[in-house]
Design a protein around this ligand. Structure first.
Ligand code: 9D3
Length: 248
């Protein structure tokens, strides 16, 4: 159940250290995740190694040429025709946990990172299976987006996290924000840990955490409440929270 990522980029060095740290680094060492960067420039044939050119019809900036990208994708696919091509672009559908789960069931992704004004339309037409954006803000290219996707997918693979964590994953996400966490010291510059957490009363602790999760979600992400599975108790707590926030 290992997953392979081939990253097509003009800046392969961007990927060297971020992916080798911590959990992802261990997943690579364990052989659960394989990441290869491919420099698109290595697939140029002309001696100037041009990877971009001015747009037909005029206009600002440069467009990434079709041939080097086509050759790079065909090279990967000649070894594995099942590889799925994802183009990182502001025009793609917005990445979320559901897309992460769907993509993580594929064994081999080719992540195409755009630069400049993007790729020649014929790359999309003939080679791209899916287009993804990581959100409504402007990046300088698709490289950081590719890393976000690799990170989010890798942690879903069996054996990458502790097994107890992965199970709760799908039920957790898209429901509520998490409750506040504390560790030592008890008193930091006059701000103390809530007493209930020291009480040893597990049902009181669970109740407090659920209330805090509901409180935070209704303040910061009310949109999540619409999708959340709420008990009658949760609904009662929410009423209380809403009433209190109106009085403040
Ligand atoms: C002149 C028009 N450009 C600036 C608004 C459009 C544009 C082209 C290329 C804007 C950004 C980029 C580079 N971004 C990506 O390649 C990218 C991206 C992003 O910018 N935001 C969120 N997700 C992604 S995925 C790839």
């Amino acid at each position: 159940m290992r997953m392979k990522f081939d990253i097509l980029t003009l800046f392969p060095n961007m990927f060297s250290s971020p992916l080798r740290e911590s959990i992802l680094g261990r997943a690579i060492e364990k052989g659960l995740v394989q990441i290869q960067t491919i420099n698109i420039r290595d697939f140029t044939l002309d001696k100037h190694q041009g990877v971009d050119d001015t747009p037909y019809g005029g206009g600002q900036g440069m467009v990434m040429k079709v041939e080097p990208i086509a050759r790079a994708i065909e090279w990967v696919k000649s070894k594995d025709p099942s590889a799925w091509v994802v183009y990182l672009t502001p025009q793609g559908k917005q990445f979320n946990q559901n897309i992460a789960m769907t993509l993580s069931s594929r064994s081999h992704l080719i992540l195409l990172c755009g630069r400049y004004e993007g790729v020649d339309e014929r790359v999309r037409e003939q080679f791209v299976d899916e287009e993804i954006s990581i959100g409504d803000y402007v990046l300088t290219g698709g490289e950081l987006a590719a890393m976000v996707i690799i990170d989010a997918l890798s942690r879903l693979l069996p054996g990458v996290l502790g097994s107890d964590r992965s199970a709760e994953e799908d039920s957790f996400f898209n429901s509520l924000l998490e409750y506040p966490q504390y560790t030592r010291p008890f008193n930091f510059r006059g701000s103390c840990v809530p007493e209930v957490l020291l009480s040893g009363n597990h049902s009181a602790i669970s109740f407090w955490r659920r209330r805090k999760a509901l409180e935070r979600t209704s303040m910061e992400r009310p949109d999540l409440l619409a999708k959340a599975k709420l008990s009658e108790e949760d609904k009662r707590l929410l009423e209380e929270i809403l009433l209190r926030s109106r009085n403040n």
